[in-house]
Design a protein around this ligand. Sequence first.
Ligand code: PLP
Length: 383
Amino acid sequence: MFDEKLLMTPGPTMIPTRVLEIMRRQIIHHRTDNYERSFDELCENLKLVFQTKSTVMTFVSSGTGVMEAAVVNLFSPGDKVLAVSIGAFGDRFSEIAQVFGLDVQKFAVPWGEPAAPEAVREILDADREHKIKAVLITHNETSTGVTNDIKAVAALTKDTDRLLVVDAISSLGALDLKMDEWGIDVVVTCSQKALMNAPGLGFAAASEKAWAAYEKAKLPKFYWDFKKYRNGILKQSENPPYTPAISLVLAQNEAVKILLEEGLETVYARHKQAALAAQAGVAALGLSLLPEQKNSSFVITAVRPPEGIEIGKIIKDMNVSYDVMVVGGQKSLKGKLLRIGHCGYFNRFDLIKTFAALEMSLQKAGYRFEPGVSLAAVQKAFI
Ligand SMILES: *Cc1c(COP(=O)(O)O)cnc(C)c1O
């Protein structure tokens, strides 16, 4: 009906006007003081979002690209890693490691559950010869709406020779992740989720322990070579090594400023409040979450569809009739899930609109409930 859709999807997410305004400007050259000033500022501010003193590197990439970059920069063929998977994105990390010839021990948890840190501890303890060099894990599993307890898992690898590599693609900038304090070795993320920018930028930061692993890593790399990017930022070599996504970098600088102006604690609290409101709305409709409520993510709410309702049709109708976009399930959860993103740039009324559209589509499909019941629940959670 209108040109603009409300994306309540877990990436891409909506983009603040201040950021859009920067993206529409004429291109500038990247070998200029103007660009460099903005990029330097972004690099410094990203450290605050990553909660690290390490250099945060920027790549022209989607999220998957930087997951692959982490693998090629840290390991040699045959290195053993523990890939913890609680859903589609955990599976992807495991698959990338396999493709590059690592010896992957996969710890797969039923979809809808988080990885129990105790279970990870048992696996690591059983590896008496310390063959496992690293743990790969997803912070927020976007496919199932479940968040892993990274702090507890990091406590298992911190102060050991093992690395912890975290896919924080749908979480960084929305959920608290203390890279340095918790002892995480590599954090990767990208621009189009909580960082409120268009798709196209990948980011990675590595601890001192990870940089020591880099020195020994033999997997081939050229474009993804972390050191070229870090040395550029540290002004020891060309900065950046290759043509950056100039417009996106300038836009990202603005988006990160907006995040910091709101304040990270406030941003985290906003996501939590939205999640609790969404959970209340779902319950009011007589529907259930895929995960147990205590494990349900603060950036995405995964809902089981009502019995006898074709959820794909609901999702499509919300989009076509009401201009609100949510998504379905992935892989084995296809047709079995409705996922509402509340990630990055959104406000309370965006969530209220989403439930209004959901109610209208459900009513049309013949699902019975008292109209307005989820709106009342969401409003109450926001008061
Ligand atoms: C979105 C997402 C990815 C993949 O990112 P792309 O930008 O699509 O490559 C990986 N991991 C998680 C947890 C995600 O949410």
